[in-house]
Design a protein around this ligand. Sequence first.
Ligand code: B1M
Length: 212
Amino acid sequence: MAILADISEFLQKGRAKNVRALVSQALDEGIPAEKILEEGLLPGMSVIGDKFRDGEVFVPEVLVAARAMNAGIEVLKPLLAEAGDLSKGVAVIGTVHGDLHDIGKNLVRIMFEGKGLNVIDLGVDVTAEQFVDAAKEHNAQIIACSALLTTTMGEMRETVEEAKRQGIRDRVYIMVGGAPLTQAFCDQIGADAYAPDAASAANLALAHCTKA
Ligand code: B1M
């Protein structure tokens, strides 16, 4: 679909206004929000990621592309998170200490809310202690940690260990995700669940909160 390719192109150029307008237009044309996300916004960001890796673009270009991505997500948000009742469970979410990437984490939050979970979003650069303190304060069933850097993945192990130290490990479901994460890493650090994308993370979170 040409409009989805255009969304990807404008995102890569960091043109937030165009992305916002085209995402609205795509919705008006009846294209589902999930399709716009998965076939327009995410591929655009993926191209930028590859160019960044290969030294073809630099941090400023990536930043403006990220802003354009967020502008598109803002338009889709009400459709991705339709559930009004947020009483199915409580989840504390954040990007781990040392890591400032928040686009994926924000998508996970939106999908969790779409499943009726009340999400306490701690933002980025969140320490193990902050995750565990917030889980205790809000009586959360879930701690959801996102990491995009291989150098910050280890912070997730800290969170598992901190939950043990503070005596809440048996009552909190620790979920991990982000581009460099794998199921094997999740198992290795003793977390409870890994999800490769925001939608499957939300399914796992809801299944955990609603199980007998
Ligand atoms: Co950064 N960056 N970045 N960056 N950046 C990556 C991650 C990188 C892979 C780029 C590359 O080299 N190809 C690379 C990491 C390499 C590595 O670790 N081995 C990298 C680097 C090196 C850096 C800096 C160090 C660059 C520098 O300063 N020299 C720096 C670090 C800053 C820091 O964090 N301390 C940096 C900075 C930035 C920007 C600020 C410019 C910007 C972030 C803006 C923002 O987030 N507000 C940025 C961006 C945008 C990227 C790329 C291009 C895109 C990331 C993204 O938003 N993807 C990225 C390249 C890439 O990933 N291809 C890159 C879209 C997003 C929807 O995907 O977050 O993976 P993602 O989320 C997915 C899934 O992973 C999953 O759900 C989402 C999809 O449904 N998911 C979860 C995420 N969290 C989950 C949690 C779950 C479950 C699923 O359960 C709890």
